[in-house]
Design a binder for this molecule. Structure first.
Ligand SMILES: Nc1ncnc2c1ncn2[C@@H]1O[C@H](COP(=O)(O)OP(=O)(O)O)[C@@H](O)[C@H]1O
Ligand SMILES: [Mg+2]
Length: 321
């Protein structure tokens, strides 16, 4: 396994009390895999993912668990060791990053600087040549590396951010909502780019999106989070076709298939529970149409459906859609 998260717990200090954003998450991914992380806003996706390169905000505490990368626990490493891994082994396309490019610096030179910063041995000419290669790789003509961010469309800026994440040839890329701010036609192009890069470069990627249907169509495997916990994981197609957890089924109902016409539908009724005093039992209990007495008393056991398909719901065995 390239990455193994074991019982990860992360909390944030807040005025109202500690927010238990990630509550015992265990998840693994193989080298070369494209893993989708889905769930409504606030379910803990960004927090879980940013714990990997240890880029959590200051008020966050990793309260427990291990994150093994190539068998080594990242949570046990010192900051200099982590700094050496960032960009070169694990890189991130941050949520909203395409709007964070420096407006007064040419896009290509921003990427060249990132390369020079992280690889001391690289010279300027070499960095510039690498930038041109990276541009071609993500489908931007090399000559456009001299453009300024405002001369790029949203899709091109996102391609440039992906190029930057690939600049130091990482093994794992974490892309946090990389298509959310783009229009639908461009979303499909960026997803195709991500797929192509993963297969051509043998890259491993965690693709985060609140839209499960997007992930199901793009990724090899999906993991669905709710209220800081993993509720279901499995092969993308299988989870998409036979969701086993009522939350997954509801999420799929809330976001129509990307190939179908996208109509706005009401989301799942109700709101996620407070993570300051998280529920004892199933986090989805209050909103679940198929709950039964007892679901709110203890955390539901994981049901193994075979082939890596696991869901934390007693109904899982029967399928829920
Ligand atoms: N810096 C922070 N301080 C306090 N609470 C936070 C902070 N960042 C995130 N949270 C809380 O942690 C939970 C998970 O958030 P997040 O990981 O951003 O979810 P997602 O990426 O799935 O939308 C939410 O309840 C959110 O309000
Ligand atoms: Mg997020």
């Amino acid at each position: 396994m390239l990455l193994e998260m074991q019982d990860l717990c992360v909390r944030f200090a807040s005025r109202a009390g500690d927010v238990q954003a990630v509550r015992g998450l265990s998840l693994s991914m193989a080298e070369g895999e494209l893993l989708g992380l889905a769930g409504e806003s606030g379910s803990g996706k960004t927090t879980a993912a940013m714990a990997i390169p240890r880029l959590l905000p200051r008020n966050a505490t990793v309260a427990g668990g291990r994150i093994l990368f190539d068998g080594e626990d990242l949570l046990a490493k010192g900051e200099p060791e982590m700094e050496a891994l960032r960009w070169k082994a694990i890189s991130v396309v941050f949520q909203g990053a395409m709007n964070a490019l420096n407006p007064v610096q040419r896009v290509g030179s921003q990427i060249a600087e990132a390369i020079l910063h992280h690889e001391a041995a690289t010279g300027r000419d070499e960095a510039r040549r690498r930038v041109e290669e990276l541009f071609e790789l993500v489908g931007i003509p090399a000559a456009r590396s001299a453009s300024y961010p405002h001369e790029f469309s949203g899709g091109m800026r996102q391609r440039a951010m992906i190029a930057m994440a690939l600049a130091c040839k990482p093994r794992l890329v974490i892309a946090d909502e990389p298509i959310t701010a783009l229009d639908v036609m461009i979303q499909a192009q960026i997803l195709n780019l991500i797929k192509r890069l993963c297969s051509e470069l043998g890259l491993s990627m965690i693709l985060i999106s609140h839209d499960l249907s997007v992930i199901a169509e793009t990724c090899d495997r999906v993991a669905i989070m709710y209220a800081g916990r993993l509720v279901e994981t499995g092969g993308a197609r299988e989870v998409f076709e036979s969701p086993a957890h009522p939350y997954t089924a509801a999420l799929l109902g809330a976001f129509p298939n990307v190939n179908k016409e996208r109509v706005f539908v009401a989301g799942i009724p109700g709101n996620p529970p407070s993570l300051i005093e998280p529920p004892r039992g199933c986090g989805f209990y209050e909103r679940c149409a198929r709950r039964s007495p007892g679901c709110d008393e203890a955390e539901p056991a994981s049901v193994d459906l075979g082939g890596g398909h696991v869901a934390a719901c007693p109904l899982a065995r029967g399928g829920s859609r």
